[in-house]
Design a protein around this ligand. Structure first.
Ligand SMILES: O=C(O)[C@@H](CO)OP(=O)(O)O
Length: 207
């Protein structure tokens, strides 16, 4: 049985392009983002990886990424489950601010702590730990049982909601995850053992 899990960060959004903190705000994909999503679907198809089940967040940059990727795989007659549990980490009061402006105002170190620390939340927002506390129970309930039956599952979501999953799948601690950046539109394929642990990890980067 194949038993693969594919994590896909959405393609470039209009706010990624403008370097704005996005969080649970809801900008759509740019043309480049659409192209990245299509390329991700094509890469999966070319590697012979066709998901049996798929999930995405309640934010359009993620669910449109899933739509475009599945289209490339020829999967069009489908039901899509959107869950807000997979939404991006809430950036609170930083949402909508330019990341360079924020560095100017609060300093590089403080902004880096807000963006990449494990348990320090930005003002009014969620820490990665808070995000993991909603993402991981959702994963155990909805995805782990499908993997156990040998299904291949695709999750299209966000930098930080995926980071929470990656911590679990790669057994990274709060320190190690701070250096893990996730490219937009690059599928990360995990082969999963029968006991739910990770056997291998591969990123399908465009040639
Ligand atoms: O702005 C955001 O919501 C996220 C993802 O784009 O940014 P960061 O990489 O700073 O966590």
């Amino acid at each position: 049985m194949s038993r693969s899990l594919i994590l896909l960060r959405h393609g470039q959004s209009a706010w990624n392009a403008r370097n704005l903190f996005t969080g649970i705000r809801d900008p759509d994909l740019t043309e480049r983002g659409i192209e990245e999503a299509r390329r991700a679907g094509k890469a999966l198809r070319e590697h012979g990886i066709i998901p049996d089940a798929w999930f995405t967040s309640a934010l359009q940059r993620a669910y449109h990424t899933l739509d475009f990727a599945l289209q490339e795989m020829g999967i069009t007659d489908l039901v899509i489950t959107r869950s807000s549990k997979l939404n991006e980490r809430d950036y609170g009061d930083l949402s909508g601010l330019n990341k360079d402006d924020a560095r100017q105002r609060w300093g590089d170190d403080q902004v880096h702590i807000w963006r990449r620390s494990f348990d320090i939340a930005p003002p009014g927002g969620e820490s990665l730990k808070d995000t993991a506390n909603r993402v991981l129970p959702w994963y155990e309930r909805n995805v782990a049982p499908l993997l156990l039956t040998g299904q291949t599952v695709l999750i299209a979501a966000h930098g930080n909601s995926l980071r929470a999953l990656i911590m679990k799948l790669e057994e990274l601690d709060g320190e190690a995850i701070t250096n893990r950046e996730i490219a937009t539109g690059v599928p990360i394929v995990y082969k999963i053992a029968p006991d739910g642990t990770t056997l291998s990890v591969e990123e399908l980067r465009p040639a």
